[in-house]
Design a protein around this ligand. Structure first.
Ligand SMILES: *Cc1c(COP(=O)(O)O)cnc(C)c1O
Length: 412
């Protein structure tokens, strides 16, 4: 790094109103972590909170903690906190199950609200689990409902009067491209369809206004930008007007009176009907710590910094694109850009492995995309400049060509 460049980024970091958040995370010195969109970093408060939940609430309180430590209301309580990040009202979000399972619940709820319609629509290239869950619903219903994946640019034209639900990801997991939630929702409603928004790469990354967009359902991950920990519970949003849908996953925690142990299922009146079984208390405790930390940050400030980090990244990458053949996959236009930048390169997988050896963690998405997640709470401007310098070195020395980087690992 030249002295002038060093001074420039030092100035940006010194003026950064979010700079103080970095210390709230456990991050090893020297490591540059650009994968918070896959697994968020560990908030220091999470380690303390989990220790307390395990030793005091579980160890000492035992089963009394369902009431004494309010375990039983954790899905609603945390859902209400997530609602503040997503423009939803109290009682419209529940923290529960995985994103995949919640997709199933939202798809089947939407089908029950649109009887007589027989299509579930999404886009080709959506995150695979979203498409797989639609295909599973099709198979389960014996083909009475069809799962359709239209080309991304043609999704809105595919909205005919047979579509019950449109399932789209607001920020695309690979390109980071943002869909206009209000506009798409309006067009889907005009065709009589409901919309299910996957917010996995939106929550904690960009401002979201579910009710402002008249969204119907939404789901998303707890372990990405919300920093809820590996395999954290996900969340499900059902607009208050749709909380009459009868759940297909009719577990006892979604019953109107779970502890009456009645034989016949009767769904709870509110968002609780989208619960299924016993809440995962430890996972929820970690998720709550991550969400609380996120709530301390100003979302407009977060978005501003995210875009500035992305601008700096793309600017520093320009010479590498020309020299080493990287192609920008993400959008330049701020309104269309989520909190990541992505480049395509034929040796993308090997380059990501070689970067890891230089203490830069990014990730690779088949077939050729290098993804750099931008998490404004714990990334500094100087990390961006440093990343591109280490990447340049990997390219200049062809460090990626080493034998051990050529074989694909099971998890990328
Ligand atoms: C990460 C991600 C998921 C993951 O679903 P899980 O059930 O948590 O494994 C689903 N959809 C999208 C769009 C994602 O980005």
């Amino acid at each position: 790094m030249t002295d002038a460049l060093l001074a420039d980024v030092a100035k940006l970091d010194a003026a950064d109103p979010l700079a103080g958040f970095r210390d709230r995370f456990h991050l090893r010195d020297g490591l540059i972590y650009l994968d918070g969109n896959s697994l968020g970093a560990l908030p220091r408060s999470t380690a303390r909170r989990l220790a307390r939940v395990v030793t005091e609430e579980w160890g000492e309180g035992l089963i009394m903690s369902w009431l004494g430590a309010d375990w039983s209301r954790a899905p609603q309580r945390i859902g209400d906190k997530i609602a503040r990040l997503l423009g939803a009202a109290r009682g419209e979000i529940i923290a529960t199950d995985s994103t995949s399972v919640n997709i199933f619940k939202a798809l089947t709820a939407a089908l029950s609200l649109r009887p007589g319609r027989s299509k579930l629509l999404s886009e080709a290239g959506n995150f695979p689990t979203d498409l797989y869950m639609m295909q599973g619903v099709e198979a389960f219903l014996g083909g009475r409902v069809r799962a359709v994946a239209a080309e991304p640019d043609a999704v809105l034209e595919a909205l005919d009067h047979d579509v019950a639900a449109l399932l789209l990801t607001q920020v695309h997991y690979k390109s980071g491209r943002i869909r206009d939630m209000a506009d798409v929702t309006r067009k889907a409603h005009a065709a009589g369809a409901l919309v299910i928004w996957d917010l996995s790469h939106s929550a904690g990354a960009i401002p979201v206004d579910l009710n402002g967009a008249h969204a119907d359902f939404a789901i998303g991950c707890g372990y990405k930008f919300l920093n809820g920990g590996p395999g954290a519970p996900a969340y499900l949003f059902a607009a208050a007007r749709h909380q009459t849908a009868t759940p297909v996953l009719s577990g006892w925690f979604g019953h109107a009176r779970p502890f009456a142990f009645e034989e016949v299922y009767e769904p709870a009146r509110g968002i609780e009907r989208f619960l299924c079984g016993t809440p995962p208390v430890l996972g929820l405790a970690a998720l709550e710590a991550g969400v609380e930390l996120m709530l301390e940050a100003d979302m407009a400030e977060l978005r501003r910094k995210s875009l500035a980090l992305g601008d700096l990244f793309m600017e520093r990458m320009e010479p590498l694109c020309a020299r080493y053949g990287f192609t920008l996959v993400s959008e330049r236009e701020p309104a269309l850009r989520g909190s990541q930048v992505a480049y395509a390169h034929p040796k993308g997988y090997q380059i990501v492995q070689a970067l890891k050896a230089c203490d830069v963690i990014a990730d690779f998405r088949a077939p050729d995309v290098l993804r750099f997640g931008l998490t404004p709470l714990y990334l500094r401007y100087r990390d961006i400049v440093e990343t591109v310098e280490r990447l340049e070195k990997v390219c200049a020395t062809k460090a990626w060509a080493r034998g051990e980087y050529q074989v694909r690992a099971a998890v990328t």
